[in-house]
Design a protein around this ligand. Sequence first.
Ligand code: ADP
Ligand code: MG
Length: 263
Amino acid sequence: MWNGGSITTAATFPSPTFSDVAPRAVPARKTLGEVEGLAPLIAAKSVVRRYGSGPAVCTALDGISLAIQSGQFIALTGPSGSGKSTLLNVLGGLDRTDAGEVWFEDRELSTLSDAEISNIRLHRIGFVFQDGHLVPVLSVAENIELPLLFRQDIARTERNQRVAQAMRDVGLWDKRHRRPDELSGGERQRASLARALGGRPSVVLADEPTANLDQHTGAAVIRLMRALCARYGSAVVCATHDGQLTSCADQVVRLSDGRMMPS
Ligand code: ADP
Ligand code: MG
């Protein structure tokens, strides 16, 4: 259990001017044509991931090739079991591949040590999961601060500012002392998004973040995610069944049985 020793108390955060969660103007996104020729942020090349062995083998990813450019918003769709979560885990270095390559900028993940991959995750990638994955015994402020405590490049003052900004960004300043079980589902996902963005990641990998939300709340979380990622320049890859999300994505990637379907 977290002992709270080095967590900054929320009382020390600078008092914010609350900014409404309504998104600010979203900069125009690059079309695929405009980004062509640029080196991708993340590239998967003929990626294969199998679970099990022998006759029981399950090929979760069966030759996936995909390029994610900086600032792009990609919706990842497909039926349950089609490989969405596996692909997000592989792109984020949480899972290994059995064949193929995953490049993060100019580094291929299978050539890196666990420590080097952890370092990329800590500094460059934000994760948002279906149920938020917040630490139940920590407050909203402490949950957002937690990953920043591992960042040696972020001093205490900046850390406090980022946590306060993140809580303002997602409209949770007033609920900063609450624990996750004292929040609604939508608030938990906003806290999870704030935690992911506090690190100013190059990419946010989101696994069905609206799956447990009603349509109205899910739409609000999607708008917020899009607006904030645009503000901070983060690319997004978001696994979803949500038609609202696919309609506002720059690119929709459809999976079926571990393969990409033509769009
Ligand atoms: P989705 O997120 O689209 O629902 P997943 O990536 O979770 O799909 O799963 C893809 C396939 O891989 C499914 O057939 C699933 O049963 C299988 N799978 C996922 N994780 C594991 C695991 N840890 N062990 C064995 N099979 C798995
Ligand atoms: Mg899944």
